[in-house]
Design a protein around this ligand. Sequence first.
Ligand code: ZN
Length: 465
Amino acid sequence: MEMVQKLVRHVSFPLSLWRRGDLRQLGYMKEFERTQHLGVNDLRELQLRRLQSLLQHAQAFCPYYRSCWLRAGVAPSDVRSLDDLAALPPLEKQDIQEHGPSMIATSWPLRDLIPNRTGGSTGTPLSFFLSHDRKCSRAAATIRHNRWAGWDVGDKVAILWGAARDQPGSGLRSRLRNLLLERQLVLDTGHITEAKLKRFHEDLKGFRPRVILAYAQAIALLARYVKSHGLSAYQPHAIVTSAEVLDDDARRLVEDVFGCQVFNRYGSREVSVIASECEAHRGMHVMGEGLYVEIEKNGSPAKPGEMGSILVTDLLNLAMPLIRYRIGDVASWEGGPCRCGRGLPRLAKVAGRVTDFLVGTDGRLVSGAFLSLYLVGQRPALGQVQLVQEEAGQVLFRIRRGPRFRASEELKYLCDTTRQYLGADTVVDWEYVDELPAEPSGKFLFCRSRAAAEYVNGWGQAASV
Ligand SMILES: [Zn+2]
């Protein structure tokens, strides 16, 4: 281990926790290291214990849940097993927007409510609160999942990220803090140009991080740039991808170009890391000690391999409980035990934000990010495209034309390929734009589909009628 890393791990990191009053994070780190090896039944027992005490707490102190459950004719005491939780009504984003304040536990001290909010990339910004204790357990969970990728406290990390709020400051204090604690190089992907990709490539070689943490599509773009220019990429120990869907082609490209393994991860602002890959790379283990995840299809639990809507219950945030929260993503379960021996359940596939999908003429869902990247990958002259869908079977391309764009050829290709993926009757429209900026969060939206959200949300509603 290099000197600075040792210093960070054993001195400046614990010191910074102590200064912030976050020392209980160390306790959670120890606990999660141990509980990841619990067997399936022991883990489920732990989850049930935490779930039951969360439900009792919400019933006693959260007016929203009390009245919601009363209306639905259910009570926390009905939940005797984890499966019984399905009898309680799901929590929709709209419920949080409308009734958020009455979800906060009336018993909770105001000074222990840490505000947090989601961005607008899903179209529904939300405000919510964490307890200080939950902040510590979330940070500990992230470190545990980082370790699966061989990334520990004190290791250098390069972050291909777009959110300006996550970037370190440029003052002396921030620079020192970065040198002796965070050891980060932030490469802002909010607005990617070729010149910027070149700089990212050079900065990585100069900084030599152990790990790269990246938006999946941003690292895929960088890999494509490096490969197409015949450059040799800096090779880190591992790459952790997050925040966007990572399809198989993009993963292969990134692993090939950077000569290391990719560890995909799925998380959200509301509940932090939800699931991530272990060294076996067969699905993503859920952070089961803190979250109880359900996948619902037509109002019933989805079978392994079956795609459905994700519902998350945060078992450790008592300040403002989120119980059966429909996070807006779809996924499926991976069945059977993992080679690594951990008992934490696994998501086989997270198909990403519902709004990332296009709905075909016959109701099929196609990843907008995939289609957008595929089209441009095959025909670089297209430049950059963003897909907008208002209703199933229709799509509008917003095109920032490349220098060699030839309308008749590119548009014919666009129409033919789109119909091949979405159905022969798909209505294809297009408009030219000068710029396709990233979202304020830094994520680039390859696709925005109103149809997909309605379509997938309809699964749950159709069943509850
Ligand atoms: Zn595993």
